[in-house]
Design a protein around this ligand. Sequence first.
Ligand SMILES: Cc1ncc(COP(=O)(O)O)c(C=O)c1O
Length: 413
Amino acid sequence: MIEVAGIDVLDVHQVRKQFPVLSREVKGKPLVYFDNAATTQKPQVVIDALVDYYSSYNANIHRGIHSLAEEATAAYESTRDRVQEFINAESREQIIFTGGTTDGINLVAQTWGRQNINEGDEIIISNMEHHSNIVPWYILCEEKKAKLKVIPINEDGDLLLDEYEKLLSAKTKLVAIVHVSNALGTINPVKKIIQKAHEAGAVVLVDGAQSSVHLDVDVQDMDCDFFAFSSHKLYGPTGVGVLYGKKELLEAMPVYQGGGEMIKDVCFDKIIYNDLPYKFEAGTPNIADTIAFKAALDFTEQIGKDKIRKHENELLAYATEQLEQIEGLRIIGKAKNKISVISFVVDKVHPQDLGILLDNRGVAVRTGHHCAQPLMEWFCIPGTTRASFAMYNTTEEVDELITGLKKAIKMLT
Ligand SMILES: Cc1ncc(COP(=O)(O)O)c(C=O)c1O
């Protein structure tokens, strides 16, 4: 890191050196990776942690008494402590390792949901949810004859909070809300949303898939009941996620999957289930990736989330300014409070064609509905082109995107 006029500034060129994939070429051009909302690239320390586990102490965890098993268990459990710190959970027992955000939300739907949602109850979600925070609730509502209610949004991509308050009633049992929209970049005022839900007696699940990497998450301050996120969007490996829950809720919830590890005692006529968090962690978990997730969290916090955020905000502002100058281009998602994601459509141009032409220049963007089909329907568009930023992106890369876009639009119109 370098110090400029007393302000800590991210040394992006130093940061880039930590990510081996960034030095590769795509179609003969240097890779410009702007698909970070889908998944982030991994720093060398994360790759090293994976290699180190498999080459030095690969063993199954918890039950072994030999040295390798003890080392693996200690490393795996130390990620739990690290995550507890990262989101400021009250205790490590509240950190459940899952396969990712989707897995965490499904866990809540299939356990807390099946136990607590009954006929005529209502679940509130919003119009900007990812399919992962729609489909599990839709399935539950179908099964339980409950109702799914949707918080509307405005043209800028902000939630209509007055409408939200009107939806809340004694029938509301759950509010499941995205913290940061993957398609728009909107940062939702979750603290206020949670407070209103609690006043109505409802439980709140926050989808933190996009927020955990950019914002400082404090689950106690937020007062959410559940918070789900994924390692791979936070510079860590795929296949690992976290579900945080309030202890009294987690303790009262029925078990999710059955198998080894989630039990204390098994007889054919009686089973005693394990304590938290193991109650929800059946079978051999994703040991290597969970261990390497700690390296990703350490790496991110060593650099400093505030510095990263400042850098990403500068990129977002610069890209917005440049994109706004392109004729026929419309930015989808103009919330005042947004971060790191810029979605747009261009008159008479299909997003997929843009994506292909940009890829020919080595620029990776995402095109399509971004697993938010109801949102696309609301904007009356088939999809968008989305550039999403991470700590290693540069303004020169934004310039490359803009040049590529201008050429592509000229070719396609
Ligand atoms: C807002 C949001 N929620 C949930 C998910 C699902 O995350 P995962 O695929 O890691 O389970 C994503 C992934 O893009 C997302 O952006």
